[in-house]
Design a protein around this ligand. Structure first.
Ligand code: GTP
Ligand code: MG
Length: 321
């Protein structure tokens, strides 16, 4: 039976968690009902502060998110969490770990946690993540934390989603510095060294500081570097303050408008790109045409540009199924 999204959205807007969970399941399965739901709930979004928590696998992101939830709850803010794990299978250990780590909020109705596995290919994960963030926003969350592995190369590009990006790093990860050099630094608004109880935290601090100084702009937001121990909660209050300071900065400087426009643009791009790609690879008629054109390009009967033009025209003309 097709779920009645109008009713689900109505329930969601009243704060119904079960409706939220059902809508998220639809979003994860990339069903057309999910699109219909997003169309209805979108006018009710745009209120939450969306925070990306990103860093290497095992750097303590989930442990930190758990402690951040606590900080925001102390301020009576309503919190939503999306933990995205593109590397693990559906019921991977990491997902299970996330649930256990954040389990203490299970009975708190103002906290909603959703873990996602690598369900969709063809950009489905990025797509569903956007939708889930919208659902949490419409549910009335003030803060939405999005946990993702890595940055830049990952399927879910955190800058498409988050207003504030917290880049997590840990002491003693040699290749991490490579990532820093590769330009990841630019996307961080707050740098965090987790596991600061381990050796090498000070060295990591200096490394990040000098990498930051290289590309430093003298005006605007100056990204702070904060040492934390997620397991004990040390430094998490300071981190929370830095995250909220960044948000205040965005609002007061007016950068928030530009930030939001960039995110809408990136999102629209994702949807257009993947709508085409998905139709191309799921519709048998398009598949046949695609295969024919591949052969024609290979035999030099046509060239790749003409073939692409034909495909795009055909995709536009064929009615939506
Ligand atoms: N020593 C120390 N260990 C920590 C700290 N924070 C987290 N850990 C440990 O690091 C391990 C990984 O923590 P998670 O929170 O699952 O890390 P994650 O980044 O979410 O991992 P994935 O989602 O699998 O990429 C766990 O065993 C934590 O207990 C810390 O501050 N110090
Ligand atoms: Mg995790």
């Amino acid at each position: 039976m097709t779920p009645d999204t109008t009713d689900l959205v109505k329930q969601l807007l009243k704060g119904n968690r079960r409706a939220a969970a059902r809508l998220m399941t639809l979003a994860e399965s990339l069903s057309p009902e999910a699109h219909s739901a997003i169309k209805q709930l979108y006018p009710h979004t745009g209120k939450a502060h969306i925070i990306g928590i990103t860093g290497p696998p095992g750097s303590g992101k989930s442990t930190l998110v758990d402690k951040l939830i606590e900080q925001f709850r102390n301020q009576k803010l309503k919190v939503g969490v999306v933990a995205v794990d593109p590397s693990s299978p559906f019921t991977g250990g990491a997902l299970l770990g996330d649930r256990i780590r954040m389990n203490r909020f299970a009975s708190d109705h103002d906290v909603f946690i959703r873990s996602m596995g690598s369900r969709g290919s063809l950009g489905g994960l990025a797509w569903a993540t956007h939708d889930i963030v919208h659902i949490l926003d419409a549910l009335g969350k003030d803060i939405i934390l999005v946990e993702t592995v890595g940055a830049g190369q990952a399927e879910v590009d955190i800058i498409q989603l988050a207003e504030t990006v917290v880049l997590l790093s840990v002491p003693g990860l040699g290749d991490d510095i490579q990532t820093i050099k590769a330009g990841i630094m630019e996307i961080g608004n707050v740098f965090t060294i987790n596991k600061s109880d381990l050796d090498g935290a000070d060295r990591r601090y200096v490394e990040i500081q000098s990498a930051l100084n290289l590309g430093q702009e003298t005006k605007g937001w100056q990204p702070p570097i904060i040492k934390v121990v997620a397991t004990t909660g040390e430094g998490v209050e300071e981190l929370t303050k830095a995250i909220q300071d960044h948000h205040s900065y965005l609002v007061e400087s007016g950068e928030i408008a530009q930030n939001r426009e960039q995110r809408c643009s990136a999102q629209l791009e994702t949807i257009v790109e993947h709508s085409f790609i998905r139709k191309l690879f799921t519709d048998p008629e398009e598949q046949t045409l695609f295969q024919e054109l591949v052969k024609e390009v290979n035999s030099r009967k046509t060239d790749p540009y003409t073939a692409a033009e034909k495909l795009i025209l055909h995709l536009i003309k064929t009615p939506k199924k």
